[in-house]
Design a protein around this ligand. Structure first.
Ligand SMILES: Cc1ncc(COP(=O)(O)O)c(C=O)c1O
Length: 442
């Protein structure tokens, strides 16, 4: 046994050494760090599992330590995806990580088991109810696994409420810039859907929307309003969407609007002049992600709808002593605590500051690259800066940029400083300059 342990033990450092070699060879090229993969799959799969009888603690420690270094590096060089990678101070929450916390079921029903964080969940939901202007007694909501689950839930309610109409199932309308999850959900739910064209800035093309609505006046409309599209950060004009629905003969009872506010739902409310998403308007639901602007360290989100709708889908489930109107079964109880923690630490003033800083930084970067004559644009109130896709794949990989066709974007979240943007800008420019020089000399 001892011999086996030793053998095991030795395998790990050799894998680590192999990796360091790789790092030396391929990772630093032309003085630029392309990527670091200190811990690779081979190491994780082979490392600790060789010996099933005695856990190899040193090996596990080594792998986790190396992984932490990888994460730290990859978080440092990241600009492309809408996640706030600020490293929060969660020391006071660390002791809770060793508990299983599960919020299965309806947050408004006291569950049978004690290992839940329902009180935190309700606190978070009440906070959002205030922000989105709906009375405590009039809303129903829950903490989801993220924006996608919010869309699943919003469209479910939209579908069920519209089916109540004797006119038949509703049709889903969403612009072509809508998050891919929406069309996946429509297919899964077997919903009829119509893709509305988008304008060049990524916003819904309202005339196309009107045209398509008029072709289907006999069926209720379920509409996704993008409160920040994924790639261009465009905000659909909620008031105009409602106006068009009314003009086309759809009364409030014959449409359902789900606002997909995954990224900006936590930012717009803190800018006095920004477009307003509010339950005072005839909308059905709003969803937002908690790991995007707010920076929770795990995927999570909030989905909120009107209480009057929830009875249509809610069921008593005896086995969990609760009702169920959610998408998931078991739900992450830690997420509720982290959301509550981040909202409490930041407060409205902190969120206001974060949102102003992000807009300033996004505008700073926009100015830098426009100054170099690079094609670039940013929608009003948006943290997404869209620009010409760099020709150089290295820079795309290094900074983990998100690209679509000829365009790339960065998302300027609270962890993105002007220093980081300047560093990225210089690399972007030096790549362009060296390519131009090469073309001229050849
Ligand atoms: C507009 C929009 N909706 C939904 C989502 C999905 O959110 P999540 O990744 O939290 O599931 C995203 C993700 O980027 C998004 O941009």
């Amino acid at each position: 046994m001892e011999q086996q342990l030793n053998e095991n033990h030795q395998k790990v450092p050799s894998l680590v050494a192999e990796n360091h070699q790789q790092k030396k060879k391929g990772i630093v090229e032309n003085d630029r760090i392309i990527s670091i993969s200190v811990v690779d799959q081979k190491m994780i799969s082979k490392g600790p599992f060789n010996n099933f009888t005695t856990p190899n603690k040193d090996c596990i420690e080594t792998i986790l330590h190396e992984y932490e270094k990888t994460l730290s590096h990859r978080s440092r060089y990241h600009l492309g995806y809408p996640v706030n990678l600020s490293k929060g101070n969660y020391a006071n929450l660390d002791p809770l990580m060793s508990f299983h916390i599960n919020n299965c079921g309806d947050p408004f029903t006291d569950p049978h088991w004690g290992f839940n964080s329902r009180q935190f969940e309700l606190g978070v939901l009440d906070w959002f109810a205030q922000i989105w202007e709906i009375n405590k007694d009039d809303y129903w909501a829950y903490i989801t696994n993220g924006g996608t689950e919010g869309n699943f839930h919003g469209l479910w309610i939209g579908f069920v409420t519209s089916s109540r109409e004797l006119l038949g199932d509703g049709i889903l309308y969403a612009s072509q810039d809508t998050h891919y999850s929406v069309f996946k959900i429509a297919k899964l739910y077997r919903m009829e859907y119509v893709v509305v064209e988008s304008s060049i800035n990524g916003e819904m093309d309202y005339e196309d929307f009107r045209r398509k609505l008029l072709l289907n006046k006999d069926k209720p409309a379920i509409v996704v309003a993008n409160i920040g599209t994924t790639f261009k950060g465009a905000i659909d004009d909620l008031d105009l969407i409602i106006e068009i629905l009314h003009e086309c003969g759809f009364s409030n009872k014959r449409f359902y609007i789900h606002c997909d506010a995954a990224l900006l739902g936590l930012m717009l409310p803190f800018n006095k002049h920004a477009p307003k998403i509010s339950f005072k308007k005839p909308i059905g639901s709003i969803s937002v992600s908690g790991h995007k602007f707010l920076g929770c360290p795990m995927p999570c989100g909030i989905q909120m709808t009107r209480k009057s709708y929830i009875d249509l889908i809610s069921q008593d489930v005896e086995v969990i002593y609760s009702k169920d109107a959610t998408i998931s079964g078991s739900r992450n109880g830690h997420a509720a605590i982290y959301l509550w923690h981040n909202l409490s630490i930041k407060g409205k003033i902190g969120l206001e500051k974060d949102s102003q800083k992000c807009l300033e930084n996004a505008s700073y970067f926009e100015g830098l690259i426009k100054g170099e004559g690079i094609v670039c644009f940013r929608n009003e109130w948006s943290l997404v800066v869209v620009f010409e896709r760099p020709k150089d794949d290295e820079i795309i990989h290094q900074w983990q940029l998100s690209c679509e066709g000829d365009l790339a974007h960065i998302v300027v979240l609270p962890n993105v400083t002007q220093e980081k943007l300047t560093e990225f800008f210089h690399q972007l420019i030096s790549g362009r300059t060296s390519r131009t020089n090469m073309t001229q000399s050849s």
